[in-house]
Write a protein of this length. Structure first.
Lengths: 109, 114
């Protein structure tokens, strides 16, 4: 089945830009969704269909997807952005249509 | 208010059964893709099962043959029947709406232990 690979951790200083990658075979041909999860809370959708933002998500959050890598970019990082981030794709042609990446812990220094 | 509320978790012995419920309000379960996603302690998100609006169901290999997803349209509720539970099924179980998952419940903890 399809595999998504994320770095276990990313660290960034406040005010800088964080980039979290999600690798997969020809992932650029799929739609990628991103979730933020803070400790003790349910995940929250922050980017859908590669680069769209749900209402209420700051413009600082953006996404891109091409080739074998999708990227979640967080600009002007704030302390409140510290969380786990997961990428996810749907593969409707598969008997296992939902795939999550392993997650990336974003640490704000 | 649009929300999902999971119930039914608890402590269960290996080999036992449990049924989780996910009550929806503010929208219709049967008109949406509805999924179960779990998270073992300290681990990442793991997709468990999905039921499409048309009724098709799919399962992760780790639960296929042991878990069954269903819905009750009259109660606007999603279910997960879990049989032959194992220690490795210990997790917080979330229900989630849609494709992508635009609405999540707060989760219910299932602990499989003797």
């Amino acid at each position: 089945s399809y595999v998504l690979t994320q770095p276990p951790s990313v660290s960034v200083a406040p005010g800088k830009t964080a980039r979290i990658t999600c690798g997969g075979n020809n992932i650029g041909s799929k739609s990628v969704h991103w979730y933020q999860q803070k400790p003790g809370q349910a995940p929250v959708l922050v980017i859908y269909y590669d680069s769209d933002r749900p209402s209420g998500i700051p413009e600082r959050f953006s996404g891109s997807n091409s080739g074998n890598t999708a990227t979640l970019t967080i600009s002007r990082v704030e302390a409140g952005d510290e969380a786990d981030y997961y990428c996810q794709v749907w593969d409707s042609s598969s008997d296992h249509p939902v795939v999550f990446g392993g997650g990336t812990k974003l640490t704000v220094l | 208010e649009v929300q999902l509320v999971e119930t039914g978790g608890g402590l269960i012995q290996p080999g036992g059964s449990l049924r989780l419920s996910c009550a929806a309000s503010g929208f219709t379960v049967s008109s949406n893709y509805m999924s179960w996603v779990r998270q073992a302690p300290g681990k990442g998100l793991e997709w468990v099962s999905v039921i499409y609006s048309g009724g098709s169901t799919y399962y992760a290999d780790s639960v296929k043959g042991r878990f069954t997803i269903s819905r009750d349209n009259s109660k606007n509720t999603l279910y997960l029947q879990m049989n032959s539970l194992r220690a490795e099924d210990t997790a917080v179980y979330y229900c989630a709406r849609g494709r992508p998952f635009d609405l999540w419940g707060r989760g219910t903890l299932v602990t499989v232990s003797s």
